[in-house]
Design a protein around this ligand. Structure first.
Ligand code: HEC
Ligand code: HEC
Length: 382
């Protein structure tokens, strides 16, 4: 089934279960509630201890791996008839598979998450058993490893790639002088919203960042927000029409929000990413790219792709974890333009299992004051 249709169901379904939004929230000081405590019928030993946002990530992993909608396992998802906790034969099967994946990884790979739903399913409900001969004699498999294999004889070091990036953006000194910025522009999402979205990015060095999307011609939608405040270490996501509504991000997705905030100030990239390694060159949209992988906050895996010629970052791929597979988030950057001596990507595309948004910036103001409340809980911070 098509990606777009899956995401649509996810969204519309959420309107009917606002109750979860409250249950999913955690106050700053409280230990976040587990999925097993929040939901009515989450029983696998593998998933019940997850935070709510990690649990929803694992739902995304299942749907993506099988090429299914939420409605394929949850009868009526996308309508007001859905009873999420009700068991269906497919849900029961998925539970069995979930425990199986945990056992496979534990008994064979020391608990490392090497086998996921995708490993067998590859977008099909029944995994294929036999290779098609056309595939055997067709083009080679171009799927990528999450962990980038090290190029044993690299032409450049990872440090050199990051230095060239710093230089291409305007130089270390210019970047060190960047203390904040506000970028505004237009957004296009996976769902056609009348009039489209208007967004603002608020960023303050070294690690505060909020992206807020408004829909002026569709005021009933509410704002869509992702925020991270490095002072408190707390992140929030607001997706008003989705299952969880507004929730505090507590799982490994929090590390991703932190990384996005830190990399908004690329002068600190070498402090932010450790354990740097360089992989084999690849190509994106016909252009040769240098691939650098590093470890971000709390072990977060991040892969960066730099245009070999210009030195600029064209893609960031990062992964948060669930016990049944990683949840990828990809940001593609383009149209770099100069703002007071520093290059900013004026276009970027944000893709994750939950949808895809394109952003076109039309204005960036650097070193402007931003109220602290911008980075706190979105519904309080306006
Ligand atoms: C392949 C089948 C499958 C798909 C697709 C799927 N789920 Fe689930 N879902 C499950 C299973 C299995 C559980 C119970 C997990 C457990 O017991 O640990 C569950 C539980 C849930 C629950 C908890 C309900 C409760 O109160 O007990 C919610 C909410 C949920 N899923 C939402 C979603 C959403 C939203 C999507 C689409 C993004 C989705 N699911 C896609 C299999 C699926
Ligand atoms: C080791 C390979 C393997 C892995 C890993 C795996 N599956 Fe499966 N899955 C299968 C096979 C084989 C079948 C078909 C079983 C059958 O026909 O009895 C299947 C069937 C299913 C079905 C039933 C499909 C249908 O149309 O009724 C669901 C649902 C499912 N898997 C979910 C998952 C989920 C969710 C995960 C990850 C937590 C997962 N599987 C991981 C091998 C795997």
């Amino acid at each position: 089934m098509k990606f777009w249709s899956r995401r649509l169901v996810f969204e519309v379904a959420g309107m009917t279960v606002a109750g979860f939004a409250l249950a999913g929230q955690a106050m700053a000081q409280e230990k976040p509630k587990t999925a097993g405590e929040t939901f009515k019928n989450v029983t696998t030993s593998t998933l019940k201890g997850l935070t709510v946002d990690e649990f929803m990530g694992s739902m995304g992993v299942m749907a993506a791996a099988l090429g299914w909608d939420c409605a394929d396992c949850h009868n009526g998802a996308g309508t007001d008839k859905v009873v999420w906790e009700a068991d269906t034969p497919r849900k029961v099967m998925a539970r069995k598979m979930t425990e199986m994946v945990a056992v496979i990884n534990k008994t064979n790979f020391g608990g490392a998450p090497l086998v996921s739903c995708w490993t067998c399913h590859h977008g099909r409900d029944f995994p294929a058993t036999t290779i098609a001969l056309d595939t055997l004699y067709g083009p080679p498999n171009d799927e990528r490893d999450d962990i980038v294999p090290k190029d044993p004889q690299p032409q450049v070091t990872a440090e050199q790639v990051l230095d060239k990036y710093t230089q291409a953006l305007g130089g270390a000194q210019k970047l060190a002088g960047l203390t904040s910025f506000i970028a505004t522009g237009t957004q296009e999402g996976y769902v056609d919203v009348k009039g489209g979205g208007q967004f603002q990015i608020f960023a303050k060095a070294p690690d505060q960042r909020t992206v807020q999307i408004r829909f002026p011609d569709a005021p009933d939608r509410g704002d869509q927000t992702r925020s991270y405040d490095g002072h408190t270490g707390i992140g929030w996501v607001t997706t008003p029409r989705a299952l969880l509504g507004e929730y505090q991000v507590t799982g490994s997705e929090l590390d991703g929000l932190k990384l996005d905030a830190e990399l908004s100030f690329p002068g600190q990239i070498k402090q932010v990413l450790t354990n740097l390694r360089i992989g084999y060159n690849e190509s994106i949209d016909g252009k040769e790219v240098l691939v650098v992988q590093g470890t971000g906050p709390r072990g977060l895996l991040a892969t960066l792709f730099f245009d070999k010629q210009s030195g600029l970052l064209v893609r960031l791929l990062r992964y948060s974890r669930t016990p049944i597979g990683r949840v990828p988030t990809q940001v593609d950057y383009s149209d770099y333009r100069d703002v007071n001596g520093i290059k900013f990507p004026f276009k970027y595309k944000f893709s994750w299992l939950d949808g895809r948004d394109s952003f076109t910036i039309n204005d960036v103001k650097t070193n402007v004051p931003i109220e602290e409340s911008r980075f706190g809980k979105p519904s309080l911070g306006k």
